[in-house]
Design a protein around this ligand. Structure first.
Ligand SMILES: *[C@@H]1O[C@H](CO)[C@@H](O)[C@H](O)[C@H]1NC(C)=O
Ligand SMILES: *[C@@H]1O[C@H](CO)[C@@H](O)[C@H](O)[C@H]1NC(C)=O
Length: 907
């Protein structure tokens, strides 16, 4: 939840104006002084050159002095390094600068492993280095870096000459025609005054331009309420994409405005190659995009009309307020490679417990402990599965975290044991603002031990949030981290158990009376860093403690945490969601590109509040939202305190039955989701994927963001508009590709189709060529499904073949990691024979078995028998029947354990 009940909103409501984001609260590039300064640089005037006489060649890197010809006193060094896995890293920093420059501490999953770099050619004008089949040509004057995949130029840095590195100075140099200061008289004074240690340092922004020849689209840079392909900025009133974690009340769609999360990774993609840039900086950042092929751009329309062809080209320009310059070039060459390269740097979400992939029921707020108990009972009465109940801020004793409201939640132990006794879990919220109230242990301790963020005068910073006057723990202080993580212990946080998990909200951080609803940039963190330096990383630093605290509390359970604020690398600690969305069709539609963008940027475990947070969805929207929500990795219904109750059992039978059907489809596919999360952990592949990820050569998919691939085998195209009787869906793979409707098994060829949609229809397909493991027995929670048998759906391709994987373990502990107690199974169907084999040499004593095999699109309908062969069964005969309505073969009761390899042959 988390939003402001501010007077402003109230006034607007009284005036009858629909509530919407108040843009006046948030800066435009023009109002952000460094963005304005840097954006005024003219192309072609770069004042930076490398002094190649200073070139130093090391085994894994080269480095040389970088000279600013207008400010020779700036002593910069450029460092180019090869990183394992087709990645280059470029850093530029000041040597003996007045102040150190910040580098994010929690984005990278450890220091990247360096690779050998070979110098191909060097003289005083250029130096060319090689690593594997990739090459970088560095030109000295002006500075330019050209990146080649094999011999193909794919990325150019400073090709436009917009490189910027404002270096810290005591005062403007004598007679200096200071571009930054000349254009922005306020900047020097503003920065001068704002620094806490009253040592002047002046502006400190950095920036660089990147060109991607041959690229037709750019993707990434979440989080924005926007399409998946990034639009051209700077024209038509579009500001650059802003990356600055903010609590934006009623955020806008079709917008480049900042929202709760910031992940500075971008992928430039063309049908021939893909390349990525990860801009490793935690300060406020703006990114301009110029896409010569952008469908929205006038020039491309002109090109279409006149028939002239421009070479595809995407330009991007990163601008950050402070910090060292440090970026990685992900050399692809496919989207899949580039996304995995990014994951190799920033890490993955470790396999969640199974329940975390099931259905979550939340609202601000469940009124009291009886309400919680009753909601769960209603789900059971109406045969709707449910795994997790959520408690928003009202469960606390007047917004003091780690406490319970003494009246409404007087018996938390009892409530939790009632809940978890039925296999369910509880998630409670803990936010980073701390109520400044005498007698509140957390506040008193934080004061006593000096754990709070300070202002530049050295006093504790005070802001305003849910509890009223609040202060904020300095999550960069190791002693504060150590103290805070222990608060999650069961002894300390009474009422919690190993089945109670966490939600960290408002951690941008949200400060109701702060500039742009956040913490002022000149607040000071441990180590002397200004909030300006660490802002986008604050949420990550915070959830990292929660993660450590939960591991300490429950060492044998995989932690579940949901976070709103996020940054590069946050996936190692938590899942995320798209924040305070609205009960509108447009927000349902936006949930797909928003989560796809997060998934490409490392954060696969993403979802959107089902039903929309603000306002009341009508029953049609609610049903469609459940139908769409089940195909995103994190699946939670949530609602604002002012909305009407909307738990699915409150609706008429027909609505309830449609929602029940959606919930059951989600539960049936839990084995697939779980397998995909295991594969995410082991390979870095996202759990959900846009079409271009698997079909990079198909131009038709470049702009499709209403369709989600779950792994590689399921394609979902949720209905996201009102009153539809049919929807258009594009099924990729060409005319040879086969796709099967998952409900009636109708066969579709690759291409565009118009699919009729009744209100209960899911527009979802299995890709011919895949085998999907499901658990089809309806249950009340995932916990009671652990030992249920599987049904394998074998969707045949044009060669009558298919394959798939299944991952199985105890669904909750770390034994899969520590003791290799898991099964990773490969299924293959060809020549009328299904073969199951173990991919890894591991074992897990599961009771799960195969109860059914359903073959979609069989060639021969007249099969009545199959022969199963396995070690424990020997050879046995199975019954097979053809269903004419569903055009499928069913092999009944193989009754073989998934633990043992087997074959089933149709005879
Ligand atoms: C965008 O790119 C086009 C084509 O390369 C160029 O003509 C135009 O000037 C660029 N626009 C901006 C704002 O840089
Ligand atoms: C737990 O369940 C029991 C039995 O149904 C009920 O009497 C009690 O009120 C419940 N406790 C809470 C805190 O909801």
């Amino acid at each position: 939840m988390g939003r402001r009940i501010f007077l402003l909103g109230l006034v607007l409501a009284l005036l009858g104006t629909p509530l919407a984001v108040d843009k006046n609260n948030f800066k435009t590039c023009e109002q952000s002084s460094f963005c304005r300064r840097l954006r005024k640089y003219e192309p072609g005037n770069s004042v930076y050159h490398l002094d190649l006489s200073s070139l130093q060649v090391n085994e894994n890197s080269i480095e040389a002095s970088l000279v600013n010809s207008e400010v020779p006193a700036a002593n910069l060094k450029l460092h180019l390094q090869a990183v394992v896995g087709n990645i280059f890293r470029v850093t530029v920093d000041e040597v003996n600068g007045l102040h150190p420059r910040y580098k994010p501490q929690f984005a990278l999953n450890g220091e990247p492993q360096v690779n050998k770099l070979e110098v191909l050619e060097r003289n005083l004008e250029t130096v060319t280095v090689k690593c594997g089949s990739n090459k970088v040509k560095v030109t000295a004057n002006p500075l330019k870096l050209e990146f080649y995949q094999s011999e193909q130029l794919v990325a150019v840095v400073n090709g436009k000459g917009l490189f910027a590195f404002e270096h810290y100075r005591n005062k403007p140099a004598e007679g200096e025609t200071d571009v930054q200061i000349k254009d922005d008289p306020g900047a020097w004074e503003e920065n001068f005054k704002s620094h806490h240690d009253s040592k002047p340092r002046g502006p400190s922004a950095i920036g660089a331009d990147f060109s991607f020849p041959g690229s037709e689209r750019a993707y990434g840079l979440p989080e924005h309420g926007d399409y998946l392909p990034l639009r051209t900025t700077g024209t038509g009133g579009n500001d650059p994409y802003r990356l600055y974690n903010l609590d934006v009340f009623e955020y806008e769609l079709d917008s480049t405005m900042a929202t709760y999360g910031s992940i500075p990774v971008l992928y430039a993609h063309g049908t021939k190659h893909t390349v990525g840039v990860f801009w490793h900086n935690a300060a406020e950042t703006w990114v301009d995009i110029n896409n010569s092929k952008d469908g929205n751009m006038v020039s491309s329309l002109v090109n279409l009309v006149s028939g002239s062809k421009t070479e595809a080209n995407v330009d991007a320009r990163f601008m950050s307020e402070s910090g060292a310059m440090d970026f990685f070039v992900l050399m692809g060459p496919t989207p899949r490679d580039a996304v995995k390269q990014y994951a190799s740097l920033t890490g993955v979400h470790t396999l969640p417990q199974l329940f975390a992939l099931a259905y979550h029921q939340s609202r601000w707020n469940y009124n009291d402990q009886d309400d919680v108990t009753n909601v769960v009972a209603k789900f059971d009465i109406h045969n709707m599965p449910l795994d997790v109940m959520w408690l928003d801020i009202e469960y606390t004793d007047s917004k003091k975290y780690f406490t319970w409201d003494p009246i409404k939640f007087s018996q938390p132990e009892n409530m939790v044991s009632n809940l978890t006794g039925t296999g369910r879990k509880l998630v409670v919220i803990i936010d980073p603002h701390i109520k400044r109230e005498a007698g509140y242990f957390l506040h008193e301790d934080a004061l006593k031990y000096d754990f709070y963020v300070k202002n530049k005068e050295g006093n504790v910073y005070e802001g305003w949030c849910w509890p009223g006057s609040s202060s904020y723990l300095d999550v960069y202080n190791p002693a504060a981290q150590d103290y805070y993580k222990k608060l999650y212990s069961l002894e300390f946080f009474k009422g919690t158990t190993h089945d109670v998990w966490l939600w960290n909200d408002m951690n941008e951080p949200s400060v109701f009376n702060g500039p742009e609803v956040t913490m002022p940039k000149d607040m000071v963190h441990y180590g002397g860093w200004e909030h300006r330096d660490v802002h986008n990383e604050y949420a990550s630093a915070y959830i990292r403690i929660t993660h450590q605290g939960l591991l300490l509390r429950s060492p044998h359970r995989r932690p579940f945490i949901l976070t709103r604020g996020h940054f590069a690398g946050s996936q190692r600690f938590a899942a995320t969601w798209t924040g305070d969305n609205e009960a509108k069709w447009s927000h349902l539609a936006a949930s797909l590109p928003m989560c796809l963008s997060e998934a490409l940027s490392g954060l696969s475990f993403c979802g959107a509040d089902v039903g929309g947070f603000f306002h009341n969805p009508d029953p049609e929207l609610l049903q469609r939202w459940y139908q769409g929500g089940i195909w995103l990795p994190f699946f939670r219904a949530h609602a604002h305190i002012d909305t009407r109750r909307r738990e699915p059992f409150l609706y008429p039978d027909e609505v309830m039955s449609n929602i029940r059907h959606s919930l059951r489809l989600r539960y049936a596919h839990l084995p697939l989701w779980y397998t995909l999360f295991w594969e995410h952990e082991t390979t870095g592949e996202p759990v959900i994927r846009p079409l271009f990820y698997h079909y990079p050569e198909d131009e038709k998919v470049l702009d499709i963001d209403n369709t989600v691939l779950v792994g590689q085998s399921v394609l979902a195209r949720p209905v996201t508009t009102a009153g539809e009787t049919s929807v258009e869906v594009y099924l990729p793979g060409g005319s040879n590709a086969k796709w099967y409707d998952i409900e009636d098994y109708n066969l579709y060829q690759g291409g565009s189709h118009k699919v009729p949609v009744s209100l209960d229809k899911h527009v979802v397909f299995y890709r011919g060529g895949s085998i999907i493991p499901r658990k089809d027995r309806p249950r009340r929670s995932s916990t009671v499904m652990h030992n249920d048998p599987f049904t394998l759906y074998v969707a045949l391709d044009s060669n009558n073949a298919a394959s798939g994987t299944l991952y199985v373990d105890d669904y909750q502990s770390f034994e899969y990691k520590n003791d290799k107690k898991y099964l990773y199974v490969h299924f293959k169907f060809e020549n009328n024979k299904l073969t199951s084999s173990l991919i890894d040499k591991t074992d897990y004593a599961t009771e799960e078995w195969i109860e059914r095999v359903i073959i979609l699109g069989p060639v021969n309908k007249h099969v009545s028998k199959a022969k199963i062969t396995s070690k424990s069964l020997g050879v046995a005969t199975l019954e097979v029947s053809y269903d004419a309505e569903y055009k499928s073969l069913t092999i009944r009761k193989p009754a073989v354990s998934v633990r043992e390899p087997f074959t089933i042959e149709l005879v």
